[in-house]
Design a protein around this ligand. Structure first.
Ligand code: SF4
Length: 332
């Protein structure tokens, strides 16, 4: 049984211009102890996926659909009270995007760390001990509880928000762009910290990032999102070295590398509106295969591609939602 099993997950928002389909039928599994990196451009739905799994969506949500099983138990439609007490923070920890900048400047680190626990009835002395243990786990001194955010560097603040997320010893940690606001040396330190924590605490990670190098460094598997859809998923090696979906291929070729002097390319156009997304494959207005191959007209722009298996099952599945693979390999 996988640790996390996400099935046909949908999250729609109501806006003045219409219904925005931020997540539109996303499915994947995560095994215990594994790291899944979710990559894609801004607006692809990566952060919405994190919000949907932790159920911290905005108020204008108009549809939440699908199923999420955590250790076999459905948690997407569980009563909110129970989810708050038993799942959020206790089984699923979260480091939201830019969360180190959201630390309250006039409250000590310790008070901020213990607040959710004290609200749930944990004695203050016990909560403070948990906070100190968590700070120690991320390489900070136990007396950091007495300090204020302005007394800490960016790297230390990021360690504090990671400590907050692991305080209750969750099984799954969702990290949304955990290194994006940090300098290169601090990024490397945080990456090493995350690797160490994963091994020591037997954590599973969902790593939301636009940084493909970070994804390939930390992840066992990579999921690629485009316009609210998951378009490719497979082992980090397969997706990184042999990307199958034309969108993933475009992302890879736009990534600079130190090892070769290859010409960088870019994906023309922009991520489409999620209020009126393109019919059929949402990538077709930007896809080089669609624009050059007449046989794809009337197919890519009309029918949504299912996930096709790219290579025969051998350990981790490699799937891509692209019509190019319909005759080559058979459906999943
Ligand atoms: Fe391109 Fe068609 Fe594949 Fe979409 S389904 S990525 S338009 S070839």
């Amino acid at each position: 049984m996988p640790l996390l099993d996400v099935r046909n997950l949908k999250l729609y928002y109501g806006t003045t211009k219409g219904v925005l389909k931020a997540l539109d039928g996303v499915s994947f599994e995560l095994e215990e102890g594994e790291t899944l990196a979710v990559v894609g451009e801004t607006g692809s739905g990566k952060s919405t996926l994190a919000k949907a799994i932790t159920r911290v969506w905005e108020r204008n949500v108009v549809l939440v659909d699908g199923e999420i099983y955590l250790e076999g138990e459905e948690v997407l439609h569980m009563p909110e009270e129970r989810f708050r007490k038993e799942i959020r923070w206790r089984k699923i920890g979260m480091v939201p995007q830019a969360s180190m900048n959201a630390l309250n400047p006039v409250i000590t680190i310790g008070e901020q760390m213990i607040e959710p626990f004290v609200l749930q009835g944990v004695p203050k002395s016990e909560a403070l001990r948990l906070a100190q243990d968590a700070l120690e786990s991320v390489g900070l001194p136990r007396d950091t509880i007495h300090r204020y955010p302005h007394q800490l560097s960016g790297g230390m603040k990021q360690r504090v928000v990671i400590a907050m997320a692991i305080m209750a010893r969750p099984k799954l940690l969702i990290l949304d762009e955990p290194t994006s606001a940090l300098d290169v040396m601090t990024q490397a330190n945080i990456m090493n910290l995350l690797k160490g924590l994963k091994a020591r605490l037997k954590l599973s990670y969902i790593l939301i990032t636009h940084d493909l190098a970070l994804a390939s460094e930390l992840a066992d598997s990579i999921a690629v999102m485009y316009a609210g859809k998951l378009v490719e998923i497979g082992s980090a090696d397969d997706v990184y070295t042999a990307p199958a979906h034309p969108y993933t291929q475009g992302l890879m070729s736009s990534m600079p590398t130190l090892r070769t002097d290859k010409q960088l390319s870019y994906i023309p156009g922009e991520v489409p509106s999620l209020i009126e997304p393109p019919r059929g494959c949402r990538f077709h207005p930007r896809c080089p295969y669609y624009s050059s191959d007449k046989s794809l007209k009337g197919l890519c722009d009309d029918k949504e591609p299912p996930a096709f298996e790219i290579k025969p099952w051998s350990g981790r599945r490699h799937l891509a939602a692209c019509w190019l693979y319909q005759f080559k390999l058979g459906t999943s």
